[in-house]
Design a binder for this molecule. Structure first.
Ligand SMILES: Nc1nc2c(ncn2[C@@H]2O[C@H](COP(=O)(O)OP(=O)(O)OP(=O)(O)O)[C@@H](O)[C@H]2O)c(=O)[nH]1
Ligand SMILES: [Mg+2]
Length: 576
């Protein structure tokens, strides 16, 4: 989990630039050893939900949701789902779309996919005490200045803390000069580790906190130390296993597991069996991808904007959604990757526009590309969101690294540079002195466009530079980017700073959906008001203080909706 030079270089290129490079091109050009995972994003939202406030709890039966959203709601939310009141006409419209999988096809797909990708890591799960060792490269191009070993070690320990049935019994940093393909620690360090392991008789496994260990490295360490050795990829996969509730999430985890298992076996029969399972699983996922795309297109027609809430794991995404939607049933948890199944939550903005907040899986630094690739089906949904809310943990000492990781992940999914990103510094209650003065600043940023990218390509020269100087230079670039990104200070716990967030969200949604705010006075309960409701959902209505028969209405309308409303009004006027 070292943020080595390559990664820093990669992140910086991403942060300072990007957009004309696709993810594949970036991999080709700079060969990052690892990257960041963003996970199930869903933006498939049906028109029929426009009249509901909380999508996760009141948008129809579970079956209907699955059919119309293109994904399942988290099981935690199932009990909250009550029969909805979708008009029949909308149901049949949706069902007529023969390209979208129907309920039975969808269930069959998920059933097959689940059996192709039946848990692998879970079979070899560990129970008991775990010791964490972080090999830290102290000098050279692989050195990182963005974070420090203690903080990286803390994150590794937090990963262990997020696993059920496992307890952390020891953690330490071992400074190394380099990590070779077969050797992680030098002979002296290995001897020290042996002594340490011998002193811990209850030890179930040793977690070597690097993103990925080779089969040879694992074998050598296990032989020398006499204890099971796992790497960061394995630990994250195990957390995913334990936290993934829906079949879709499990499918994607399985797709990440199988190549891992393949790399750990030498037997060709086992390898070909795994290859076959990967192919079948990939086919199922491709079908799911196509299905999602169709449902997403349908959503575009439905005019219900989506907002992807993204951020580093444990930054407070779920808690923020809970605070914004005032929904106590959504609970954040102090665990890494607590959210692994995407859920959608309806939010009514003061202007009357409804949008959907998508709670997503957190990002984390240094995860191998296979894990990212396996989540491709849902990554694409993130790129389609109308607005991104980036939640940062202001109280975290590694906030610069977290910010970089998330930005790199957003670039990697080819997020259009026109998509507004509202950055929030959450947990401001824990760090009251930071960023407070910046609350008044504009709070939206965008990814850089192609021209800006080209301009920033001067970074090329730094490959040749002295590694430490280059690392320092890159660190400064990252710091500049971090501090120049406008952000709003909030606290999901104390609800401080939520009003500016709503205002910023409203402003961006009106802009991206090309709506304008109209204020008018209409007769209370009259046909004009009904006409407005029929085109604009639920506009904001308040009784008029100077006339009891009128109400003041604020509605956000597109040009098309406004023309419709005008037409309806003229026919009402001509009839009366
Ligand atoms: N003090 C404080 N704690 C917060 C705040 N927001 C979230 N937390 C806590 O931070 C922890 C993580 O919150 P979550 O909402 O689960 O974070 P997340 O980003 O959804 O995490 P993952 O789903 O695991 O990626 C929980 O213990 C929350 O109670 C905040 O504003 N202030
Ligand atoms: Mg969460």
């Amino acid at each position: 989990m070292l943020l080595d030079f390559q990664i820093v270089h990669y992140c910086t290129i991403m942060v300072m630039s990007k957009c004309i490079l696709s993810w594949r091109m970036i991999r080709f050009v700079i060969k990052p050893k690892s990257c960041t995972i963003i996970s199930p994003f869903v933006s498939a939202l049906p028109q029929c939900l426009a009249g509901h406030h909380y999508i996760s709890s009141s948008c129809g039966t579970y079956r209907e949701m699955k059919k119309n959203f293109g994904y399942r709601v988290s099981p935690d939310h199932r009990s909250n789902i009550t029969p909805g009141n979708r008009p029949e006409s909308e149901l049949s419209n949706a069902d007529n779309d023969s390209l979208v999988l129907d309920d039975a096809q969808y269930a069959a797909l998920l059933h097959d996919a689940e059996s192709f990708g039946a848990g692998v890591v879970s079979k070899a799960s560990i129970k008991g005490g775990v010791m964490v060792v972080l090999p830290w490269v102290k000098w050279g191009p692989r050195q990182t200045l963005v974070t420090c070993p203690e903080r990286v070690l803390d994150e590794a320990a937090a990963l262990i803390g997020s696993l059920d049935n496992v307890t952390l019994i020891n953690k330490s940093v071992v400074k190394v000069r380099y990590i070779s393909k077969s050797i992680v620690f030098g002979p002296g360090q290995l001897e020290q580790l042996k002594a340490c392991v011998a002193d811990l008789p209850v030890l179930a496994a040793l977690f070597v906190a690097v993103d990925r260990l080779s089969r040879t490295q694992i074998r050598t360490l296990e032989r020398e130390l006499g204890v099971r050795v796992v790497d960061r990829y394995w630990v994250v996969l195990s957390i995913f296993h334990q936290h993934a509730k829906t079949v879709e999430a499990r499918m994607q985890v399985a797709l990440a597991e199988l190549p891992y298992l393949r790399s750990m076996t030498k037997l060709s029969t086992e390898q070909s069996l795994i290859d076959q399972r990967i192919r079948l699983l990939q086919m199922s996922l491709n079908k799911l991808l196509r299905h999602r795309m169709l449902v997403r297109n349908r959503r575009k027609v439905s005019d219900l904007p989506s907002v992807a809430v993204v951020g580093y794991t444990n930054a407070g995404k779920t808690s923020l959604i809970s605070a914004l939607c005032a929904d106590g049933s959504i609970q954040g948890r102090d665990q890494l990757f607590a959210t692994l199944d995407v859920t959608a939550h309806g939010l009514s903005l003061p202007c009357g526009v409804r949008c959907v907040l998508l709670d997503t899986v957190g990002f984390i630094q240094d995860l191998p590309t296979e894990l990212v690739a396996s989540f491709n089906a849902t990554l694409q949904d993130a790129a389609q969101a109308d607005v991104i809310i980036h939640v940062r943990d202001l109280s975290h000492p590694d906030r610069l690294l977290h910010h970089t990781t998330v930005m790199a992940a957003l670039y990697s999914i080819d997020l259009p540079h026109t998509t507004p990103i509202i950055t929030l510094d959450n947990k401001a209650d824990l760090a009251p002195d930071l960023r407070v003065s910046e609350a008044e600043q504009p709070c939206t940023s965008f990814l850089l466009d192609d021209k800006q990218y080209e301009k920033s390509c001067r970074l090329k020269g730094h490959k040749d530079a002295e590694s430490h100087t280059a690392n320092l230079y890159l660190l400064h670039q990252l710091q500049d980017h971090y501090s120049s990104t406008p952000a709003l200070a909030v606290s999901a716990t104390t609800k401080q700073g939520l009003v500016p967030v709503i205002t910023a969200l409203e402003e961006q949604l009106l802009r991206v959906t090309q709506r304008k705010l109209f204020r008018m006075k209409l007769p209370t309960g009259g046909p004009h008001l009904r006409a407005l409701r029929s085109v604009a959902g639920t506009p904001r209505e308040t009784p008029c203080p100077d006339d009891a028969n009128l109400c003041e209405v604020v509605a956000a309308l597109t040009e098309k909706q406004f023309a419709q409303f005008k037409k309806l009004c003229s026919s009402i006027n001509s009839n009366s």
